[in-house]
Write a protein that binds this ligand. Structure first.
Ligand code: NAG
Ligand code: NAG
Ligand code: NAG
Ligand code: NAG
Ligand code: NAG
Length: 458
């Protein structure tokens, strides 16, 4: 062994033991000092899945069909009236569970759809606010997908299939449950509650259970807004997750851990639903976006409520240009099928990424995020390449990028451009580049939007 190898070995030992001994106390200062594992910023694109008993009625008069049970009690009778009419007056929300049949649920097929979309991670609702769990939770006896409904460990099956496709698997988990009697009793004890029976007996056991059983790379908390993180035991859970759990090296979490934590504490920030800040956010963040207006499947949603692929790609680009990850939601139906109009969108995004992937994966925000609302930028910090995304093709064929500094050695490429008729480049002092893309056969242009790569430009 020479000196150099010895040094490497020592360094290696130091870093391995260093990460192994890393432990985080249950306070936000300490927890927030943990850097996000690097994979998360690289991957940019994930698929969110809202799936549960609400996928059976699949009904909302507006917005969120996964809020069906809540609406049943709280929307002045609109949902109740609809249910009475179609399922009878004695029908209870719980009676939908046996109808959650998942007859066509094929987790390998789902994973293969996600893989084809170019997504690199998946986040599944292990439990939404209704409290029904998609795995056999001892804390949700007879109100889970193994004992009541399809008889399938949906979390387990999908985790296996997603990981087998080489994607990261994440689990969403709602901290609160609208109607859990233990939680309701805690709430009655005071504001803030003076007891936390629900947290001790249900929530923390469930969170540890999904981490130990399924080893997710993301724990995506939600339903945090009624209580402070002190009540939820979030800091204690995260201290264990980061220091002692089997996923401590890889796991990433969001910021929904208490009514005071969003945009302040935790891992990546999530803002509100469909969060699109439109400017650079320096802390890592994620836009959890819907295709239509509901996360859970809403059969009552008309075709035109679903945004088309080009719009979704633009939302994706803007998110990445501003430093975010794009988590696009699908709502499978009660048979376990992802509706075709959603799959179509995912395949289109996959097509976009197969042409333009290098401008997205592993990219970073550039010094300027956008030139107009229709021209956005990213960069690769290793190669120095600049990527410019134009949502339109100018009438004279001249794309004007007035923020980019070019030189005689600047090279430009339009991804997916198939014509032999060359693109010309003119650079200006002190800055500005004009690109003329010739008029050629429409089939020689890329679909959706126009992505240029600049080398030797600044
Ligand atoms: C949080 O934990 C760190 C590390 O143990 C400790 O140094 C710090 O004093 C703690 N902060 C608070 C506010 O308790
Ligand atoms: C229900 O009715 C009350 C009183 O008219 C109103 O304030 C509230 O906004 C209604 N809620 C919904 C969901 O329609
Ligand atoms: C930059 O580009 C290289 C080569 O295409 C790629 O391997 C890398 O992941 C990209 N991103 C960064 C941050 O280096
Ligand atoms: C960049 O986009 C944001 C969000 O659409 C917009 O508010 C802003 O005006 C744009 N910046 C420029 C320079 O056009
Ligand atoms: C670049 O092209 C645009 C659009 O054709 C034009 O308005 C602009 O004057 C050109 N830039 C320079 C510096 O000539």
């Amino acid at each position: 062994m020479n000196k150099y190898t010895l040094l490497l070995l020592l360094l290696n030992t130091f870093f391995i033991s260093n990460t192994k001994s890393q432990s985080y106390n249950a306070n936000w200062t300490d927890l927030n000092s943990r850097p996000n594992p690097g994979w998360y910023d690289q991957v940019k694109f994930g698929i969110f899945i809202h799936f549960g008993v609400y996928s059976v009625p699949a009904f909302a008069t507006h917005d969120y069909a996964e809020w069906y049970w809540y609406n049943l009690v709280n929307d002045n009778g609109t949902t109740q009236k609809w249910q009475d009419q179609h399922f009878g007056e004695h029908f209870q929300y719980q009676d939908f569970a046996p109808m959650f049949n998942c007859r066509l649920f094929n987790p390998d097929e789902w994973a293969s759809i996600f893989q084809k979309s170019g997504a690199k991670y998946v986040v599944l609702t292990s439990k939404h606010h209704e409290g029904y769990t998609l795995w056999k939770s001892d804390q949700s006896w007879s109100w889970n997908s193994v004992e009541n409904g399809p008889g399938i460990d949906i979390v387990g099956k999908l985790t296996n299939s997603v990981k087998a496709q080489g994607l990261h698997m994440g689990l969403y988990h709602s901290l609160y449950e609208w109607f859990n009697p233990l939680y309701l009793a805690d709430k009655k004890s005071g504001n803030p509650p003076t007891q936390n029976t629900y947290v001790k007996e249900v929530l923390l056991n469930q969170l540890r259970d999904i981490v130990l059983k399924y080893e997710p790379d993301i724990v995506w908390a939600d339903g945090e807004w009624e209580q402070y993180s002190d009540y939820w035991g979030s800091k204690e859970f995260l201290s264990w997750l980061y220091s002692d759990s089997p996923v401590k090296e890889t796991v990433v979490v969001n910021d929904r851990w208490g009514k005071e934590t969003r945009g302040v504490d935790g891992g990546f920030y999530t803002g509100g639903d469909n969060w699109q800040p439109g400017h650079l956010v320096t802390h890592k963040w994620e836009n959890c976006q819907t295709i239509g207006s509901s996360y859970g499947y809403n059969e009552n949603e008309p075709a035109e409520a679903y945004q088309d692929s080009t719009i979704l790609i633009q939302e994706f680009v803007e998110t990445v240009a501003c430093g975010g990850n794009f988590l696009l939601d699908v709502g499978p139906n009660a048979e376990g099928v992802i509706p075709n109009n959603m799959v179509d969108r995912l395949y289109d995004i996959g097509k976009f990424l197969s042409i333009n992937g290098e401008s997205i994966y592993g990219s970073s925000p550039w010094r300027i995020q956008n030139q107009t609302q229709s021209i956005w930028f990213t960069t690769n910090t290793t190669t120095g390449a600049i990527y410019a995304f134009s949502y339109y093709f100018p009438e004279d064929g001249v794309f004007n990028f007035n923020e980019i500094i070019g030189s005689k050695s600047t090279i430009v490429e339009l991804f997916g451009y198939k014509s032999k008729n060359p693109i010309t480049i003119e650079t200006y002092q002190p800055k500005g580049i004009n690109i003329t893309v010739p008029f050629v056969s429409p089939s020689d242009y890329p679909p959706f939007i126009y992505v240029f790569k600049f080398i030797n430009a600044y």
